[in-house]
Design a protein around this ligand. Structure first.
Ligand code: F6P
Ligand code: MN
Length: 287
């Protein structure tokens, strides 16, 4: 059981590049704020910051011999990097619509040792960068979750063994409430009586406060789209991997998200993560 160690083995050095690139992404956010570009492969508005972050990560990651593929939420096709054994899926700038209102955003990464699209069980390391008041990075590797400050040259470890607090405190559920299926709505009505609402519209910011305070986050399947909004390769699998390593649970409604058989790069999935007891209650409510 080893946490990510800056300058360590090939996987750690890939994470080093993500941390280094994230500081460049952050440095350009102010100037990216006014420019607009187009639409991403999932049909969502793409900001200049999304495109710039994607290009910076692509260049940094394909420079590694160990990287065989770079796949990103911002591009239709994966990029072939050669014969490397690691396949990287990235959401370069999660929650980029928060740039306009100057709220927190993130970068999500999954390092798989199987060709993409892959199962969450094929992840060797996953994590995220949070562009909050300070820039931090959470990395899950070998069942250990650690938190790093990434404002200097080298990531500085802030917490060694991040675990989900046992007493849940907060919840955040995405989607338009009238679009929630009745069984999810009934579950939400119960949770509202027990936990405090925290929802900011950028998954990474919401997920990081969940890791800090305990509780449950969901972007459920919707009446209009039973697979919800979030994407399995770039968002669902990495976040589930972090939460399960931190002692929590994940579910697509019936099983761990890490067991979902992938069907495509841009496939969406209902996402529920948090304290195990709450995820079990959610699954019982959706039966
Ligand atoms: O990546 C998609 C995303 O921006 C997530 O970061 C966030 O959780 C979600 O969309 C917010 O969606 P909504 O605006 O529907 O709450
Ligand atoms: Mn996202």
């Amino acid at each position: 059981m080893t946490a990510y160690e800056p300058g360590g083995d090939a996987v750690d050095r890939i994470v080093d590049s993500i941390a280094e690139t994230a500081t460049a992404v952050r440095d350009g956010l102010a100037s990216d704020r006014t420019a607009k570009v187009g639409t991403n492969p999932s049909g969502e508005r793409q900001e200049a910051a999304d495109v710039r972050a994607d290009e910076l990560f692509e260049e940094a990651l394909l420079a590694h011999e160990g990287v065989g593929t770079y796949a990103s939420e911002e591009r239709q096709e994966l990029v072939d990097g050669g014969s490397g054994e690691y396949h990287i899926a990235l959401d370069p700038l999660d929650g980029s619509s928060n740039l306009r209102s100057n709220n927190a955003m993130g970068t999500v990464f999954g390092i798989y040792d199987a060709p993409l699209p892959a199962k969450g069980r094929d992840l060797v390391t996953a994590g995220f960068v949070l562009y909050g008041p300070i820039t931090t990075m959470v990395v899950a590797r070998d069942g250990v979750v650690a938190d790093y400050l990434i404002e200097g040259e080298t990531p500085e470890r802030l917490a060694d063994d991040v675990t989900l607090p046992e007493d849940p405190d907060i919840y955040g559920f995405g989607g338009f409430v009238p679009d929630w299926p009745d069984d999810f709505t009934a579950f939400a009505r119960e949770i509202e009586q027990e936990l405090k609402l925290r929802y900011g519209g950028a998954m990474i910011a919401d997920i990081n406060q969940l890791l800090t305070y305990g509780g449950i986050f969901a972007y459920p399947g919707l009446e209009s789209n039973p697979n919800g909004k979030l994407r399995l390769q770039f968002e669902g699998n990495p976040i589930a991997f972090v939460f399960e390593a931190a002692g929590g649970a994940s579910s697509d409604g019936t099983q761990s998200m890490l067991d979902i058989e992938p069907e495509g790069f841009h496939q969406r999935c209902p996402l529920h993560v948090g304290n195990t007891e709450l995820i079990e209650r959610l699954e019982a409510s959706l039966e």
